[in-house]
Design a protein around this ligand. Sequence first.
Ligand code: PGA
Length: 249
Amino acid sequence: MKIYVCKDYERMGRVAANYLAAQINIKPDSVLGLATGSTPVGMYKELVKKYESRDISFKDIVTFNLDEYVNLPKENINSYYTFMHENLFDKIDINPENINMPDGNAKDFDSYSKEYEKAIALKGGIDLQVLGIGNNAHIGFNEPGEYFSKETTVVDLTRSTIDANSRFFDSIDEVPNQAISMGIGTIFKSEKIILLASGKTKAEAIKNTVNGPIDPHVPASILQLHKNVLLIIDEQAASLLDKNCYETV
Ligand code: PGA
């Protein structure tokens, strides 16, 4: 697991965007796995700038998002559908047919989840997956538990995730308590993975991900076994790491 530590959130966004831009330039029809949340917003801003300056084009890029809330209308201001369109898709030249997002309002989640897995496989799998990390070390919405989840499925959100996400909603009662999420197995099949983290509240999760035993109670710890993972984190998120285990960029 390679770790880049950046001075601050802005630098983290630029470093991550450079990595994605390199992937897009090398393989213009890349399949990207995308994440939502506060962490990747800076990276998306930088990617939009790169698109505007014609450094990159998304014309042949295919995307699959990690997760979506269950039973939140997709037009809701807090849906990940809205987030992705506002932060990225509406600002670039991506073909709408190449955008794939889990449907939080699917009628039959079992068969829909299988279809989502199949759609990823049909595109040849994910070339580069972007991840954030929860305060409890979840990736996607794969919460701490007794085992590592395998495939896309509906998950119950833990109290800590609901609390963390309540900052976007008018009241905590409005936060959905379920989401549909790619499984850890889905994420793990990606060719390359970058995980972004910013701020002190992520320091413990990062420490346990990097140094701790591989344990489903720390979902991100499984990334220690992946052959191509890069953590791009800021100094605060890295504050509990041994200085010898990372590069400052
Ligand atoms: P955040 O969420 O980027 O809003 O901190 C990350 C996550 O929960 O995976």
